[in-house]
Write a protein that binds this ligand. Sequence first.
Ligand code: HEC
Length: 496
Amino acid sequence: MARLRSQSWCILCAVTAMTVAALTMFLIGQPTANAQDKKAVSFINDVAPIFKESCFACHDAKKRNGKLDMTTFEKLREGGANGDPIVEGKADESELYTLLVTHERRRMPPRDKGEAVAPAKAALIARWINEGAKLDPDIDPKADLVKELRVRWRPPVPPLAYKFPVIINAMTFTPDDKQLVIGGHHELTVWDIETGKLVKRIRTRAERAYALAFAPDGKLVMAGGRPGQEGDVRVFDLNAPPAQVVDGVAMLNGVDDPKVMLKQLVDTEDSMLCLAISPDGRRLAASGCDRIVRVWDISQGVVQARLEQTIENHADWVFALAFSGDGKLLASAGRDKTAKVWDLESKESILTFPDHQAPVYGVTLSADGKLGTSAGADRNLRRWNAVNQAKQVKAIGGHGDEIFRLVAHPKQPLLVTASADKTVRLWDANSGNNLKTLQGLNDHVYAAAISANGQLVAGGGYDGEVRVWNVADGKVIRAFNASPGYAGSSVQAPKQ
Ligand code: HEC
């Protein structure tokens, strides 16, 4: 009995002690959880990500609300109108912390503009200030923190089997027309067309691939990124020796293995969405959310790409690029509802085609560069004069919904469109006539590709399903889901 009583006293005692401790913590503003955590708070790993998430939108070099730029450590310490917002060792006297937890009107982010910083995150910032507000030793105080965070970010390893179907945004045939390379989640996957089987997986830093094309030297160029975080154009060698082979599937590391990931051509702050290689194989162009079109000379091989010019001609994201047959003109299309043609030699804009009045997702130029074709959210394929004035020649309907992709065969007069209406259509590039409507997909089609020999067309989109059709008769010759190991696929794993 006595024992029991003393035990219950002890429990009571512990509870009381804990309550007192919690109350004390509450009063002095120290979080219980972090108090036991011995490791010092790192500015770059713990604090800067919170600033990026909640503060940089208003406190970067451009916006500087309150005259405060927080995107370098040095600028942060210079502070804004009120000077250095940090009193080292004293979070409660530092505006950088007090403004986050204040119950008064003036809070950061401003009450009418955003959610308060979560208490655990604010506590972490307090701890960092109380520990002396130190910058990690390997970081230059002048370093751009957005860039530092990007460099430190590590891509996840894709799962062996996908739980959800991947959204396909890009695909291309291998130069021998035997396989399809398809954008997965932080990887590219390679599928054998004959068998419909997965043969290779290549890890990528990019979460998504938005455009894929083989350069004349057989290297694969990918434009992609992580939405709102980073974008890049990279060159891969898919024939490099695999790091391992799992169940007959060659696994390549396109993140760290320099034999696989040969070169990064750009590093931007949002996704790269499109690329094009000139028919003579001498030039590569790429663009995306930053609106800037970059053109490289790749005549010495794509790894030796040399930046030739950067073009700022669109007011919004650039969705598509295409060279003329002689490689002298470059057409572009974008979210600013226009298609444009740029003269690469005189380095000037030749014309703007405005008739879509909706985002333009695809563009091509005829071999002689005189006829432009574009397609987009207005559901129309529009053909227009690409010399002198951008006069519309013809608007061609047919698709019942937005057209997301327009692909032209580099030599044959064949155009392919992919649409939200779940179909892929073939068009005669000379007459503009619809040749065939390819059925068999059951969701939005975002990606399409034509084989080098012009005999096959592939499409895929929102549900990860892929169809390969014969151009000659429009029949499906292969069907699979491009999500590795995905059990929900009707094609790969038929229900018993
Ligand atoms: C939606 C825009 C917005 C966001 C997001 C925002 N701020 Fe501010 N911030 C302002 C404005 C406007 C001012 C100037 C008015 C003021 O001082 O109250 C300001 C001022 C400040 C100041 C005072 C600068 C000085 O010297 O006067 C500090 C410190 C500050 N913000 C920190 C932060 C932190 C930390 C975050 C992120 C947790 C943040 N802000 C997020 C708009 C924003």
